[in-house]
Design a protein. Structure first.
Length: 324
């Protein structure tokens, strides 16, 4: 699209949302960043505050808001286990009520709306790699269910608003993503390992570290997300967005120790409940409909992420607030 758009980014001060806002502002769109700063940092978007086409609103997506927009990227939801398990009811509300509110806004404004869903909708998968037609293996009453089932319910709402009300939707299922502006205390494996390695502390892997993940660098992911939003073929998704290169958690730990030059040792801990043993996206649909595939290798992406971690002051980052 060459025409200037009015774009709302919910969760716009977060890890992915802030970089997305930066990209959209730079290309000339009018961008509204909406965030309640539960897990995000205002510092992620302070450099945009003096831009005439950027606006920051402190607001919780579970409360309706009336705006005039052309596109909505719905990224609002704690996405790391350490954050979404902190207040599981809040997490579920954000996914479900947040989806209802952005869909209602999209319906009223005739706006296109993209849902940032997740590979967690597949749970601990019984097929490998995971394709979009796989319905998942999710424990609906486990400690991860607030996120897994919340995102599954949000997908349901998106599809029903599309079928019943003709809302123009897009759904992307995001696999493990990393990069600069990750919250250093979010509990994600990449941020944990980098922080521990830079302090020469032991890197804790759960189980024997043989469980696998497929790590996608932030810039690759955001490129795919924008391509999906701007796709005019009528393809709504869901579409897997991730890097199909599969690594064990132990391999990740060893690579981060190498890249940081750390003296850290690797220690083993108890495997969390319902932690998926394998995770790898099948990205054939993304290749077919978006002509997209990731370009940045894990080594290159980790080098960029480690360099960013070295520049930040950890004292500026807070854990989830006890007020929620």
């Amino acid at each position: 699209m060459n025409q200037k758009q009015r774009i709302l980014v919910t969760g716009g001060a977060g890890f992915l949302g802030s970089q997305l806002c930066e990209i959209l502002v730079a290309r000339g769109d009018d961008v509204i960043c909406l965030d309640n700063f539960f897990t995000s940092q205002k510092v992620n978007v302070t450099h945009l505050l003096d831009k005439p086409n950027f606006e920051l609103i402190r607001h919780d997506v579970i409360v309706p808001i009336w705006l005039e927009v052309d596109q909505i990227y719905n990224l609002a939801c704690p996405a790391a286990p350490g954050h979404y398990q902190y207040n599981p009811i809040k997490t579920m509300k954000t996914s479900v009520m947040g989806a209802i509110n952005v869909l209602g806004l999209a319906k009223r404004c005739n706006a296109r709306v993209l849902q940032a869903s997740t590979s967690e909708v597949y749970g601990d998968p019984e097929i490998h790699p995971q394709t979009e037609d796989y319905r998942g293996s999710v424990n609906p009453i486990g400690p991860r269910a607030c996120y897994d089932e919340g995102k599954r319910a949000a997908e349901t709402l998106f599809m029903e608003y599309h079928r019943m009300n003709k809302v123009d939707i897009r759904i992307v299922r995001i696999f493990n993503t990393y990069g600069p502006r990750m919250h250093p205390f979010d509990g994600r494996v990449v941020s944990n390992f980098i922080r521990q390695a830079l302090d020469n502390q032991p890197l804790t892997i759960f189980g024997d570290g043989s469980q696998t993940r497929s790590f996608c660098y932030r810039d690759d992911l955001l490129q795919a997300m924008i391509l999906m939003m701007e796709n005019e073929s009528g393809f709504t998704g869901p579409v897997n967005i991730g890097n199909p290169a599969e690594f064990t958690i132990r391999q990740l730990a060893e690579l981060i120790i190498e890249l940081t030059g750390s003296s850290s040792e690797i220690v083993e801990g108890e495997l969390p409940v319902d932690d998926p043993t394998r995770r790898q996206p099948d990205i054939r649909l993304a290749k077919q409909h978006l002509q997209w595939e990731p370009e940045i290798s894990l080594r290159e992406g980790l080098e960029k992420t480690i360099a960013w971690f070295k520049t930040i002051d950890l004292a500026h980052y807070h854990p989830p607030t006890p007020n929620y």
